[in-house]
Design a protein around this ligand. Structure first.
Ligand code: NAP
Length: 345
């Protein structure tokens, strides 16, 4: 039996399943004592949590690529923390780690769960803690493997990416540029469009909130769209399908425009464009590439060091802000990878 420490753990638990966007009423706040780790286990203090669109899906009942969060359970979240007690030779007190920490201040990780949680040490000389949740973390891996493995870009091709200023989108566009492609983003608002063009080097960006995406694609993708990296689904996916080239690849990464639906997900009406163009639409789940993360991290770290890749994180402080902070993803208020800072070291 583990000894109880003098620490208290504040946690955010799923209280009920939302209908439409999650509200504060869907969450409960609890406080528990913190126990010392058992044999082979570690105790981690949460510093930063990754807030992800997928969290909305995990709140739903039903089968997906990962089981739903149970009612009453601490909300699932990946994060960066510092080991404060360890009975595991692979992790020393003071190590910074990337792990499934969940929405709470402390995470006790038993030995059996260390592997399952995908816990690994991070090197803060390679990137900041928040970059380890962005370009060097899960969204970066999604962008890398989605684009490189599923999209298979060739120099000179035109790549369009939606959610362009977000976590996955910013990485996709920059890798595509590094691989010699023409890159056109789609994002909400002038500030985000300006940033991806002026700071990240995209060739153009279409502000879908201001105007006509179809006209924008016509103007900025005169030879058509060879690769579409889809983060949003819905009408934007449908519109891009009208502009694809023969042999195009459409990467289905996410469909954030549909996650809060109270009606069935709207699929693409223009799917016959795949037939006409002998094109391919394929889904990606980043966790399938876990054994290849080190390869992608090394490549991204090289780009960061060389200054040929940038990363932007939107950091909000305070565990208690979690319900409202999460909503930023769904109304486009996040600018860059959304991160919740839980503690200052
Ligand atoms: N398949 C996988 O393994 C995997 C892994 C990670 C992420 N994903 C998916 O990748 C996508 C991007 O995730 P992220 O973490 O990088 O999020 P993000 O892009 O950093 O943030 C979400 C962004 O989505 C945009 N958005 C929200 N509602 C929208 C709507 N109705 N129509 C168009 N755009 C909308 C907003 O940007 P604007 O201001 O531009 O509208 C918002 O900032 C999500 O769909 C997510 O589920 C998939």
């Amino acid at each position: 039996m583990s000894t109880i420490t003098s620490l208290s753990n504040h946690q955010v638990r799923l209280a009920s399943r939302p209908v439409g966007p999650a509200t504060r009423a869907n969450w409960s706040f609890t406080t528990e004592p913190v126990a010392e780790p058992g044999p082979g286990g570690v105790l981690v203090k949460t510093l930063y949590l990754s807030l992800d669109p997928a969290m909305r899906g995990w709140m739903n009942e039903g089968k997906s690529y990962i089981p739903p969060v149970e009612i009453g359970a601490v909300m699932r979240a990946g994060g960066i923390g510092r080991v404060i007690s360890s009975n595991n030779p692979a992790f020393a007190v003071g190590d910074h780690v990337n792990a499934g920490l969940d929405v709470q201040e402390y995470c006790l990780i038993p030995e059996a769960q260390i592997k399952r949680s995908g816990m690994f040490k991070i090197d803060l000389r390679v990137g900041s803690a928040t970059q380890w949740l962005n370009v060097l973390g899960m969204p970066g891996m999604t962008g890398y493997f989605g684009l490189m493995d599923v999209g298979q870009p060739k120099a000179g091709e035109t790549v369009v990416v939606s959610g362009a200023a977000g976590a996955v989108g910013q990485t996709v566009g920059q890798i595509a540029k590094l691989k010699g492609c023409r890159v056109v983003g789609i994002a909400g608002g002038q500030a985000k469009c300006d940033w991806v063009v002026k700071e990240l080097g995209f060739d153009a960006c279409i502000d879908y909130k201001a105007g006509d995406v179809k006209a924008g694609l016509k103007e900025h993708c005169p030879k058509g769209v060879d690769i579409y990296f889809d983060n949003v689904g819905g009408e934007i996916l449908d519109t891009v399908l009208t502009r694809i080239t023969r042999g195009a690849r459409i990467i289905i990464c996410g469909a954030i425009s549909q996650y809060n639906n109270t009606t069935p997900v709207k699929g693409p009406a223009n799917y016959l464009s795949l037939l006409v163009n002998r094109a391919r639409m394929e889904g990606i789940v980043v966790f399938d590439y876990a054994d290849r993360y080190p390869q992608a991290i090394a490549e991204m770290a090289g780009y960061l060091k060389a200054g040929s890749m940038k990363s932007k994180e939107d950091v909000v402080f305070g565990l208690e802000t979690f319900p409202e902070t999460l909503l930023k993803l769904f109304n486009g208020e996040n600018f860059g990878k959304l991160v919740l800072q839980v503690a200052k070291e």
